[in-house]
Design a protein around this ligand. Structure first.
Ligand code: BGC
Length: 350
């Protein structure tokens, strides 16, 4: 049997063997035989939204490394939260002849236009971390965002079983923000129904901006006379805004705050006691899986995970990775052991 066919068969078997999650295929699967007809290596386009939060710099670096480790090329653009620019950048890459498009949508709805354009040119599209709504995307790979919200609320409820809660949501244009909120309320609702906790402030945060989260939290404190017992923020950037507002009132460290992403600043806040928890999402797993699956799909192979998510248009084949709750208690075993941040970065002097 031809080596390439054998390797592809092995890949197909290993993909079929796993259910909701996939193994990253061996590097050997994608070697010199994996060339397009004109003998150019496959080229993958990566249309990112923002590089503002620390995590996206990791996503960019790790995704590039993962694609290049298979001997393929990657084109990367970031749109800085600008829908029109993201569409233009994706169009440009489509015209340049990418073989597959991976997209982190800024706006879940607006990016459907990109999917139509890509499909018109015979290019498959993978949604990376954030779902594209109302379009026939070929695959969605992310962490289980609903679970992220559940992990936040479980930890907070353990610490604050009764009291006044503030919810600082993410960007309403990002489907993840809705999933996170759903997860949080899956866990909080019974306590709300029992009358144990009250949601005294609940607000989305446009573009996940820390300054907006700061303004929301300042408002929440102001209208509730500082009578707040717990704050769940949709990510660490917004948690940073929350902690700043608490600091203004001399309350930082006295009110539990939850975030997600395990950003260095947040992990340091956990060490100093001004943030209670974060949720760690191993970006390396995400970037490597997407890279492997991008190459697999670009070669016109099938991939049918058992999980699918309805995006308003179709049941999107989906792979959801597991997030991990992090507090001061497991920070070393999780974040540092995984080399997400070094011990020196976390505990060392600035
Ligand atoms: C991601 C978060 C990130 C946020 C802001 C969300 O879609 O899942 O990890 O913090 O966007 O960029």
């Amino acid at each position: 049997m031809h080596v390439r066919i054998m390797l592809l068969l092995m890949l197909a078997m290993s993909l079929a063997a796993c259910r909701d999650t996939v193994e990253v295929p061996e590097k050997a699967v994608f070697k010199e035989d994996d060339l397009t007809e004109d003998n150019e290596p496959l080229k993958i386009g990566f249309a990112m939204d923002t590089l503002k939060e620390e995590r996206w710099l990791k996503d960019r670096k790790l995704f590039q490394e993962a694609i290049e480790s298979h001997g393929l090329e990657v084109e990367i653009r970031a749109a800085n939260g600008d829908d029109a620019l993201q569409i233009a950048q994706a169009e440009e890459m489509i015209h340049q002849g990418i073989d597959l498009l991976v997209i982190v949508p800024h706006n879940a709805e607006a990016t459907a236009a990109i999917v139509h354009k890509a499909h018109g040119a015979g290019i498959k599209v993978i949604a990376y971390d954030r779902l594209v709504k109302n379009a026939d995307i070929d695959l969605y790979v992310s962490f289980d965002n609903e679970r992220v919200g559940e992990l936040q609320a479980e930890e907070m409820l353990k610490r604050v079983p009764k009291g006044n809660y503030v919810y600082i949501g993410g960007a309403p244009t990002d489907n993840n923000a809705h999933l996170l909120k759903k997860g949080v309320f899956n866990v909080l609702q019974p306590a709300i129904d029992r009358g144990d906790i009250r949601i005294i402030y609940d607000q989305w945060t446009a573009d996940w901006a820390p300054e907006a989260a700061y303004a929301h939290m300042s408002e929440a404190l102001n209208i509730n006379d500082n009578q707040i017992d717990a704050v769940i923020a949709a990510n660490d950037a917004t948690a940073g805004g929350v902690v700043k507002a608490l600091t203004d009132q001399g309350l930082a460290g006295t009110i539990p705050v939850a975030g997600q992403d395990a950003e260095l600043a947040a992990v340091r806040r956990i060490v100093e006691g001004t943030q209670t928890m974060t949720v760690y999402k191993p970006i390396q797993n995400l970037s490597e899986r997407v890279a492997a699956l991008a190459i697999h799909l670009a070669q016109n192979n099938e991939f049918k995970p058992t999980v699918s998510i309805n995006n308003g248009k179709s049941e999107v084949p989906s792979v959801l990775l597991e997030p991990i709750a992090v507090t001061a208690d497991n920070l070393k075993e999780v974040i540092i052991a995984d080399e997400f941040h070094s011990e020196e970065e976390v505990y060392g002097k600035e």
